[in-house]
Write a protein that binds this ligand. Structure first.
Ligand SMILES: [Zn+2]
Length: 292
């Protein structure tokens, strides 16, 4: 539970808390990836990345979607792992995967002020395992792709009309990729995995963690790659499969009356990043300095 609350604090309250020394307001971010070898600064939460790599528009077993609103840059090891997810999904007979937000070319806050997705270590992948599609599609049609969620309106379980055994296959593939720290999905999806994953194959289940929303996509979070001393990992996930009281908490909260929040007049705080992100977010790219 403490881990849940810590993670909650990180995702929900980090913008308000991220004012300590060593943080700066996000400067105007230069276009394209920051030059240099891959280097992540910050985390968990606000941060940035130099030397990010872009996930191609499409590849074996995957395509990127909602290009006009999304960002597809990540640490090179994360991009390699996501391509591997595509080839493994293809080998498992799944339809072409839809990849959504990873990070901006230099990390930092994404449009909408996402606190995660700032380090090139997070990727949203849709949980759509039923729609056959070509590996290549025009950007306009990829923009329109928005698969429905798997969770019932009452939030207490998955919609069994949509749920398929292939969802288990896909989430296992994600949770067993190299470098994966955890995979966030709606609590009802985690609950269904707890019910259905066979007893002799549950080692990966602990890395699937319940979270708010995430009914149509999973959020794959990778650990800081080796050689990134300025990158901060999340607290380790607790031992066990996570099919216990910590999961029940998500359903018990549905029985609580909604919290009444007093109206606030405070202005939203300006997004902050570690000071060492200043040069990374603003550095000129090789092309903008006139190099070939
Ligand atoms: Zn996400």
């Amino acid at each position: 539970m403490r881990t849940i609350l810590a993670l909650l604090a990180w995702l929900v309250a980090a913008p308000a808390l991220a004012q300590p020394a060593g943080m700066i307001p996000v400067p105007p971010i230069a276009p394209g990836p920051a030059p240099g070898p891959a280097r992540i600064v910050g985390g968990p939460g606000p941060g940035c990345i130099a030397g990010a790599e872009r996930l191609p528009e499409s590849g074996p077993g995957f395509m990127t979607v909602r290009e006009s609103r999304s960002s597809f840059w990540g640490h090179p090891e994360v991009i390699t792992a996501l391509k591997l997810l595509g080839t493994r999904a293809q080998a498992a007979g799944l339809p072409v995967l839809l990849m959504n937000d990873i990070s901006g070319p230099r990390g930092g806050p994404l449009v909408g002020g996402h606190v995660s997705h700032q380090l090139g270590l997070d990727a949203d992948v849709y949980l759509d395992v039923v729609t056959p599609r070509p590996e290549r599609a025009a950007a306009a049609s990829r923009d329109a792709m928005d698969p429905p969620g798997l969770v019932r309106p009452d939030q207490r379980g998955v919609d069994m009309a949509r749920w398929r055994p292939q969802h288990i296959t896909l989430m296992k593939l994600a949770a067993t990729l190299p470098g994966v720290d955890r995979v966030l999905v709606n609590a009802a999806i985690k609950q269904q995995l707890c019910r259905e994953v066979p007893a002799n194959d549950r080692e990966w289940l602990r890395r699937i963690r319940p979270w708010f929303q995430h009914a149509a996509h999973m959020h794959i979070h990778f650990r800081c790659p080796a050689g990134n001393p300025e990158c901060g990992d999340l607290p380790p996930i607790p031992p066990g499969e996570g099919c216990d009281a910590s999961l029940q908490w998500w359903f018990d909260r549905l029985d609580q009356p909604p919290e009444k929040k007093p109206p606030t007049t405070a202005k939203p705080s300006r997004p902050m990043v570690p000071a060492a992100c200043g040069p990374i977010l603003t550095a000129a790219t090789a092309s903008s300095r006139g190099r070939p």
